[in-house]
Design a protein around this ligand. Structure first.
Ligand SMILES: C[S@@+](CC[C@H](N)C(=O)[O-])C[C@H]1O[C@@H](n2cnc3c(N)ncnc32)[C@H](O)[C@@H]1O
Length: 206
């Protein structure tokens, strides 16, 4: 689908972000203030790097951003903010969690802007997006600190309520956001989980 260069495209260019998608995180942050100085942030599907750059600016020099994407990306140009580590992995790789756990003691915020390659079938795109969201939620269970935040893109479809029902017991608050910068015709929405609560069973196992 051909994309019009709109207000957010030019704003991103002016503000030196590689993609207009940055405002889908920035708007959520302006509304809910979940990114805080000093936090460690895991950014799934980070390429080309706008969310990582934005998060690095908010968490600042004492924080850290780890971006994961199946595509290699060019080094990000940063003037200040947290150090950004980019790792080239498929999020379904079994090596990912041991590697992250070895290098960092968990994360305060897990972001996922992961999107499947769209097929033209709304049903197939929804199911593939849902698989990525479920993997992000699974990784949250393994890597997110108690009381942490989850912010995840989902292509809408019939199984949205089921996914929200899976999120609800794991967070104090679950909200669905549709930022203004997300195109009206796009089926994407964003699920925000605040206050991660590790399930009791999992607590006992660890
Ligand atoms: C919309 S882009 C992310 C844009 C990014 N948030 C930014 O602002 O620059 C979606 C990304 O998800 C990545 N992705 C999709 N499936 C993935 C997977 N299984 N593992 C890792 N990355 C994946 C894609 O490679 C793509 O770069």
């Amino acid at each position: 689908m051909r994309r019009e260069k709109d207000f957010y495209f030019y704003k991103a260019k002016k503000e030196h972000y590689p993609a207009r998608s940055v405002y889908k995180l920035a708007e959520a942050q302006e509304r809910c203030r979940f990114l805080k100085p000093g936090q460690r942030v895991l950014d799934l599907g980070c390429h080309p790097g706008s969310w990582s750059l934005y998060a690095a600016g908010v968490v600042g020099a004492k924080g850290l951003v780890v971006g994961i994407d199946q595509h290699h990306g060019a080094e990000l140009q940063q003037k200040s903010g947290a150090e950004i580590h980019r790792l080239c992995y498929d999020v379904f790789s079994p090596e990912l969690v041991p590697l992250l756990r070895h290098r960092w003691p968990g994360f305060h915020v897990l972001l996922s802007d992961m999107a499947p390659a769209t097929t033209g079938s709304q049903y197939a795109d929804h199911q593939q997006s849902l698989a990525l969201c479920r993997r992000a939620l699974e990784l949250a269970g393994q890597l997110l600190h108690e009381n942490g935040t989850f912010y995840c893109k989902l292509f809408q479809g019939g199984d949205c309520p089921a996914f929200l029902a899976e999120c609800k017991p794991l967070f104090t608050t679950v909200r669905v956001l549709k930022p203004r910068s997300s195109r009206q015709e796009s089926r994407e929405i964003f699920v925000l989980g605040l206050g991660y609560r590790r399930p009791k069973q999992q607590e006992n196992k660890e």
